[in-house]
Ligand binder design. Structure first.
Ligand SMILES: [Zn+2]
Ligand SMILES: [Zn+2]
Length: 312
């Protein structure tokens, strides 16, 4: 079976005419038969793309050949099938939505937390004056997080700025932020600095790179990802399961999409509750007439369309 690659990356680097760039870039990606999701903004690029190894290699080469993106780091995974169905490349106001468009306050190109490589992060996390801050949302950290990390009760990263007051007690500590691939930390750590936190660090490349380069040690549970895989294992040193069934509280690492397509909520659910609720998150969803048949995986993939002939 042919193996594919999935690439995760971001690059904060100003793009002039970003809207036009997005349209052209979409054509370019389609010419390589890539699938995925890319966000283009005036401040840079953020994407996950998937395709044959050759296509992914050509894509990385093209990105690196553009001097604006020469420093881009790709996190590369080998996958059995492409991690998306279609190719999307869209222009948005920010590459990660923080709601903070004032670049005079938050501009990761100018000021952001100190980057820690995975091994440096690993050396620091057990020190006394350090706190580890997970800047991701509830559905992400409920599936897995670093041991002893502080998590925030947020549904979306744009709620992060509202939570900074709750962290005031840590202003004089070394604050180590982390997220999935590093992109949110560029803004989160910049914002912490802006609010008077003195010693702010960020895990460069996020949990994904930490998994590859530091074995994922002390990351408890799984890492939520924004593609069809939903969750990936990152810890090969001391793996554990921390997530609990949304319905009964049993420890389980299984994450499902609710079988009710109108809900489609991502929840952790044990096999027993999955069988009882036909793969739904709740009794209410079980009664939905459009409920999809539950095959025990809790995973519903749309029928893949060959990307090169689809009109969109
Ligand atoms: Zn359960
Ligand atoms: Zn549901």
């Amino acid at each position: 079976m042919e193996k594919f690659n999935t690439l995760l990356y971001y690059c904060y680097s100003p793009i002039a005419n970003a809207e036009q760039f997005a349209a052209d870039h979409l054509k370019f990606c389609k010419s390589l038969d890539l699938v995925g999701r890319i966000i283009v903004a005036d401040e840079g690029l953020n994407g996950t793309v998937s395709g044959t190894k050759a296509a992914c290699a050509a894509y990385m080469e093209a990105i690196h050949a553009d001097e604006r993106f020469a420093k881009t780091e790709f996190k590369l995974d080998e996958v059995d099938e492409p991690s998306f169905i279609k190719m999307h490349c869209r222009y948005k106001s920010e590459i990660v939505h923080s709601g903070l468009r004032d670049t005079s306050i938050i501009n990761p190109n100018e000021k952001t937390g100190k980057h820690l490589e995975p091994t440096e992060f690993k050396e620091m996390i057990d020190q006394e004056d350090v706190i580890i801050l997970d800047v991701r949302s509830n559905y992400e950290h409920s599936l897995g997080k670093f041991k002893n990390a502080i998590t925030l009760d947020i549904e979306n990263f744009r709620e992060f700025p509202e939570k900074i007051n709750e962290l005031a007690q840590y202003k004089d500590k070394k604050v180590l932020t982390y997220c999935t691939g590093g992109i949110k930390c560029e803004k989160a750590s910049a914002l912490l600095l802006h609010h008077g936190f003195n010693d702010v660090y960020q895990l460069h490349g996020g949990i994904i790179k930490y998994g590859k380069e530091a074995g994922g040690e002390d990351f408890e549970g799984k890492c939520y990802v924004f593609d069809n895989r939903i969750a990936v294992d990152v810890n090969t040193i001391n793996p554990s399961t921390v997530s609990k069934c949304y319905n009964c509280g049993t420890v389980t690492a299984k994450m499902i999409n609710c079988a009710n397509p109108e809900c489609n909520e991502h929840v952790t659910q044990c096999d027993e509750c999955g069988t009882k609720l036909h793969g739904c998150c709740s009794e209410a969803c079980v009664t939905n007439p459009r409920r999809r048949p539950y095959d025990g995986t809790g995973y519903y993939v749309k029928v893949p369309q060959p990307v090169n002939i689809s009109a969109k």
